[in-house]
Design a protein around this ligand. Sequence first.
Ligand code: WTA
Length: 655
Amino acid sequence: MAQKTESSHFEKRVFKPGAAFSKAARIKSMADYHKLHAESIKSPEKFWAREAAELTWQQKWTKVMEWKVPFAKWFLGGKLNISENCVDRHALNPARKNKAAIIFEGEPGDTRTLTYQQLHREVCKAANMLKANGVKAKDRVIIYMPMVPEAVIAMLACARLGAVHSVIFGGFSANAIFDRINDSGATHVITADGGWRRAKIVALKDNVDSALKMGTTTVKRVIVLKRTGQEISMLEGRDTWWHDEIAKVTADCPAKGLDSEHPLFILYTSGSTGKPKGILHTTGGYAVQTYVTSKYIFDLRDDDIYWCTADVGWVTGHSYITYGPLLNGATVLMYEGAPDTPHMGRFWEIVEKYQATILYTAPTAIRAFIKWGDEHVRKYNLSSLRLLGSVGEPINPEAWMWYHRMIGNERCPIVDTWWQTETGAILISPLPGATPAKPGTATLPFFGVDAAIVDESGKEVPKGAQGRLVIRKPWPSMLRTLWGDKQRYADVYWKEYKKLGYYLTGDGAKRDKDGYFWIIGRLDDVLNVSGHRLGTAEVESALVSHPAVAEAAVVGRPDEIKGQGVVAFVTVKTGQQASQELAKALKAHVTKEIGAIARPDDIRFTTALPKTRSGKIMRRLLKEICTGGEVKGDTTTLEDFSVVAALAQSGKEED
Ligand code: WTA
């Protein structure tokens, strides 16, 4: 990879945390941050051990860390139960037991609140239910559920027994379920009859039935929660109702102390090949790091109403709906449905109704809100909010500014958190009371995180130059392996810098004069135009900063002269017209924003972009469309295939 200093300019606007916020925050200044960060890098084991001591261990560790590249172990010899730490610790604390652990709102408007004491009871009963149905430690349990409290309860119940959960996002198809069941060798599936999404039923149980008909599997039992109440089929001897099973058991289920390295969950994520990778996380290190990051980055306080809008089917839902916040004894708001149902102001209505104080969401959602129009936000009082978060992709400065202005009322710090399914917890992020934010950067590494931007040889690139983002030292919540495939684990993440023992994130990045990390995007999303490196995200950000554009995705296509040409897929805002004039204006706009090098060769207007169900644009499919080829490869993570079909068709018509 070349390390030319990019001509691109860094964002200049800086937003310092308000004095009142800083005063009340755990980390109050950059001096505090730098001091603690330097200490944590010098002696990571000391830092992590001090933080780990805040959790409940049934047996203390004897050694903090062991590192035999690429395999790490944390808190060796320690025994703990993450479910005990998430639930019992607060349920047994007189000051916390009657505090709301989960406040739930269903899409149809039904609501439920579970205090820590009630959550404790439900988790114990669910664990006993699983035990009665044959679940043992280390068995793999698939959780394929809507965003209802039982999804979290099921995760915590598995963890209580030492069973390994593998949550599958409710938007996945039968195909994906079948593959994941087979790869993990799961014996049990916990699902629901259905879930609500855009006022329609997502037929979860039907999908499980179809998956289990695709071939023989290891599944012995399917436990079904009644949510939507429509007719479903139940297979005698295999399927059973959650409510029937739960009625048979007691709420007495002491949490078993598990080895710190006991497997906690497998979460499948897509790689560069068609076959998803089963990311394995274990107990102790994951518990410590999700706890610590939630504490400092969301600066959780006892009176917070914390809302992360992710789905539990993604890693954000694991680490920052379930484990991190509950380890901190926080009140977690959980919403089942879509942000535009029954109206486009639903999120803001929920913020006002429950007086949410922290909102953690994704840039793709923010861009949708911008597209829908400010009037949907203005109807509601958002003054309860004190902190905002962003995750999942680089946030373009325009979206950041809108979030800051419209949602945060120019008052709430924004934490742009960089991390991955593999990292288990946030690794790069501002600390809200300390770090001056700049729109579009995740800023600086968290405590104990040794992040760097390097070239092929592992040498740090100069400031301003683009390189590969690596993590140079192991961290507690890192993935331990890929389920059933140690070799692929070693190859994908560690082969590149084997001697140095660096973890390859797969992301390209650069640092500005303040040392802030600017994530360019996945390295496979980086184009090479006339010998210049160009992040697709940079061009997209430029396009989206044009007032007519709602969303943009940029891909490369082979070009005889330049190596790669730039093709931009663009959706326009409501009320705007896609036209030749606009295409011309957009090309000029990108030239103005970044330079002629980034000027798109082709602008294709579309009504929608192909996205994964977690909201990531599937550039691979766009690339296939651009090169005139068939859309091949894995499309199981695609939200709506008709988008691709329409794009491919319009491409053919143009040709
Ligand atoms: C991207 C989601 C820029 C990045 C937690 C990473 C981001 C991938 C950010 C992981 C951010 C995530 N800024 N890019 N704040 N957060 N990414 O596994 O490319 O679904 O490698 O984990 O998302 O996606 P994953």
